[in-house]
Every structure is written in C-alpha cells, then in structure tokens.
Design a protein around this ligand. Sequence first.
Ligand code: ZN
Length: 130
Amino acid sequence: MQIRVKTNARTQMVDISSQVQDAVTQSGIKNGIVHVFSLHTTAAVTINENADPAVETDILTTINKVIPWDDHFKHLEGNSAAHIKVSLFGPSETIPLEKGSLVLGTWQGIYFCEFDGPRNRRVNITIQGE
Ligand code: ZN
C-alpha cells in the first residue's frame, strides 16, 4: 500500500509515524515487520527523535552545510545535493510490528525526508507477518 506526503519546503522532515501506524492497523496484520520505502530519488526515510523539534532542525542544518545545494555538480537537473542526501540517508526503514503496534523506542519517530521540495510524494508500505 502507499501513503501520500505533501511537503512545503526544499528540505524538510515530516513525521509519518501515525500514517504508517494507520496503514498497519488497516491491514489487520498484528505481528511481523513493516517496511517503509520512499518511491523517489530525492526523498529519503529515516528514524530519529520526534520529541524535541530542534533535532529535526539540527539534522537539516547540518546536512545542508555538509552538502550545499550548489557545489558545481555536473547533474543537469540541478538537484544533485538531494540525490546525494538520499544515498546517505537511504530510501527505507524496517520497523518491527508486535500486537498490531509499531515497535518504536520512546523517542523514535519515522520521518519522511524531503530534499528537493516542495512536492507531492508517495511512500510504499509493505507489511509482512500474520
Ligand atoms: Zn536529479
């Protein structure tokens, strides 16, 4: 199944934990693993702290400093920074599923990471289990 994510900035982290949990609940599968996969070459998926919003800010500030938008890249589309960030973050995460709930630590959230927004995005969710 797929969920949609609408982003509103060039770089942005969107907490999609509740959308993923809703998809899992709808599936009726109670125990297994959940795979969350970005269907894009310029947007990633990661898991990190969702308690203090400053963590998102610090991650984005740092990644934008390490990989500036314009650094004499050769890719003609002009968004190489976004492609590089996705290869560093990775396109997917796998989360354990127990008794119908995602097994996440107290401070963990699932983030969709936009690196070339704003855009309308899609995330694929595969649930394996019973
Ligand atoms: Zn490109």
